[in-house]
Write a protein that binds this ligand. Sequence first.
Ligand code: ATP
Length: 233
Amino acid sequence: MSILELDDVNAYYGNSHVLFDLAMSIEENEVVGLLGRNGAGKTTTLRTITGTVPRREGHISYRGRDISDESVDSISRAGIKLVPEGRRVFPDLTVNENIQVARDTCADPRPIEEMYDAFPVLADLRESLGQNLSGGEQQMLSVARALVQDPDVLLLDEPTEGLAPVIVDDLADVLSDVVKRDVTVILTEQNVDFTLSLSERAYIIEKGSNVWDGSVDDLRDRDDLLEQYLSVG
Ligand code: ATP
């Protein structure tokens, strides 16, 4: 049975219809990339899963349970955690305090030391303030804050956004270890290479509809798709 299933999902911001009959089926412990151009609907897809878009229709089920009408809190407590775009860390708290605050919101967290094992860069910075971290370090801290809550499903929204290419490589290295854990990951990206390096399967979204899905091995050879929907190739 799949862990997360989206069945003809539609989403709206006010009168603006943004997702159109979107269907996805995610297996437990899979790493799935969600690709598409700017404005295609990737962030909205993640926000629909977490319950934060104003209005959604269709069905979303998580481990066989219909969560379509559940609250944001209830979905989060069930184990679906979003790392939003833009690396939201607390600037005036240290790295350690940032992780602690996230851990304290959760009934059954992972040990903080495990996060430092996963992100050795953060271990060296544990007493540094959030505001003094580089973009890549802040992204790692954002992921650590989600992981300490022991998620079942981790949603990563454009983790490479605004990062220099060399930092993107570092982040891919660290995340490739993280995604080997017992966690299901959905990753939205415009950076195709980064997505291909981390994911096993991908969906391409265009104008709020799912236009292709398949293995990343197949996608690597599909220059036509990459060019048509992602402007690369
Ligand atoms: P990006 O890379 O820019 O984040 P995306 O694929 O994640 O792109 P979304 O952010 O999901 O795309 O946006 C999908 C569509 O919904 C776009 O047309 C966008 O303008 C619109 N949209 C996003 N957020 C809102 C909002 N809060 N209110 C109204 N429209 C919105």
